[in-house]
Design a protein around this ligand. Structure first.
Ligand code: C5P
Length: 403
């Protein structure tokens, strides 16, 4: 995306329950290096807060009104921390937690979501976040009501049976008992509530890309969403399809490798016909899903980045040559594309430098604070939000001889 951090942009993903919105929105936010806003989580958090304050779920029978409801709502102050897959939704400074994920919380959320005062309160909170951050905003009315001017709008759909089956598998993985039949019934009921309510009913915006995911894998749907995002004219990073797909690392494995990698190589692209490619070895740290590195205030790197912030960053993990019928190697590496952006915020800059000191010299971490304070003004810190990440590994089979 060109200058992704200078002007916040919004991409909306709407659709019914269980359609894969959260997974896809999180993945898109990760690919674009922006925050992920799960607005269903906001309704769920409010519903649980109300149940707690009003002594149980029976508050739904007679929701407080007017100023009483308003002051209850205002007890919840929402904020976002981090970006991409690491985005955390905070309520009053605390992560919203797993309690909101229960089926009961979902049902209560769906009930309070019919109340205009509740919707208006959350709309203002969501728009406030949209003013401060670039977002992938996921919900029911993101493209129609909350962010009608969004850069790109996606509406995801799938038949109830397929959605219930996906939810069933999710619950099984969490070790929770569930009956498929009752999940189908719940999804139908929730659809009915969401699609037929008089305010902000669930429907696609007229300018939304409608994607039916019933018969497509999550990867195929993600590719369709990325394509829609690319059509916005923003310069998405190059995709680098891997010839040996069997060696591709999953997104999570790539993250782990970035996290534990020691040094990396930053590739910069100078402009002009006389330019040479420029790759430089770097110490770096992964913080809140982004790669941070430091530099002097001047020099070739600083000059090139000011002209062209597009970079490719590579980390090689464990690598070893060995003999197994022929000469071969085992290796693991991760490569990401993104924009290297100068960190202006003093607190973020300090945290990144502290984490660097901690990563490379943990035994001297007590001296880090003083050193950093002294050198802060002479040091530049850059942040790269990964906009595209690929990892690759060839693992050694047992019994092979190392060279
Ligand atoms: O997406 P999730 O299942 O977490 O949302 C819980 C409920 O919150 C939904 O069933 C829906 O009724 C409501 N909701 C909404 N508008 C949004 C997000 C969620 O009405 N933007």
């Amino acid at each position: 995306m060109s200058a992704p951090f200078s002007a916040p942009f919004i991409i909306t993903i709407d659709g019914p329950a269980g359609v894969g919105k959260s997974t896809l929105a999180r993945r898109l936010a990760e690919a674009l290096g922006v925050a992920y806003l799960d607005t269903g989580a906001m309704f769920r958090t409010l519903a649980l807060h109300m149940a707690q304050r009003l002594g149980g779920a029976h508050f739904l029978e007679a929701l407080p009104q007017g100023p009483a409801l308003q002051s209850l709502l205002e007890e919840c102050l929402f904020a976002l921390q981090g970006a991409g897959a690491q985005t955390t939704l905070l309520c009053n400074g605390e992560p919203v937690g797993d309690a909101i994920r229960s089926e009961e919380a979902g049902m209560m959320a769906s009930r309070i979501a019919k109340n205009p005062q509740v919707r208006d309160f959350l709309k203002q909170a969501q728009q406030g976040l949209g003013l401060r951050f670039s977002l992938v905003a996921e919900g029911r009315d993101m493209g129609t009501v909350v962010f009608p001017g969004a850069l790109c709008k996606i509406f995801l759909d799938a038949v109830p049976e397929v959605r219930a089956e996906r939810r069933f598998k999710q619950l099984q993985e969490l070790g929770e008992a569930a009956a498929l039949e009752s999940l189908i019934r719940q999804i139908r009921e929730r659809d009915h509530e969401d699609r037929n309510r008089p305010i902000a009913p669930l429907r696609p915006a007229v300018d939304a890309h409608i994607i039916d995911s019933s018969h497509h894998s999550i990867d195929q749907v993600f590719e369709a969403i990325m394509e829609a995002a690319r059509q916005t004219g923003r310069d998405a990073p190059p995709s680098c399809p891997m010839r040996r797909k069997d060696r591709a690392l999953s997104h999570e494995e790539s993250q782990v490798l970035l996290e534990r990698g020691k040094y990396g190589v930053l590739a910069l692209a100078e402009a002009g016909p006389e330019a040479w490619p420029y790759g430089l070895p770097l110490s770096y740290v992964l913080m809140d899903g982004a790669v941070y590195f430091h530099s002097a205030l001047e020099g070739r790197k600083v000059r090139v980045l000011a002209e062209n912030p597009r970079v490719c960053f590579t980390v090689v993990g464990d690598a070893e040559a060995f003999y197994e019928r022929n000469f071969t190697t085992s290796y693991e590496s991760v490569m990401l594309f993104g924009h290297a952006v100068l960190v202006e915020d003093a607190e973020e800059k300090y945290r990144a430098l502290f984490r660097l000191a901690e990563k490379y010299l943990p035994e001297h971490r007590d001296k880090a604070e003083g050193d950093i304070r002294q050198s802060l003004a002479r040091t530049a810190v850059y942040r790269i939000f990964p906009e595209a990440v690929t990892g690759k590994a060839k693992r050694r089979k047992k019994g092979a001889k190392a060279l």
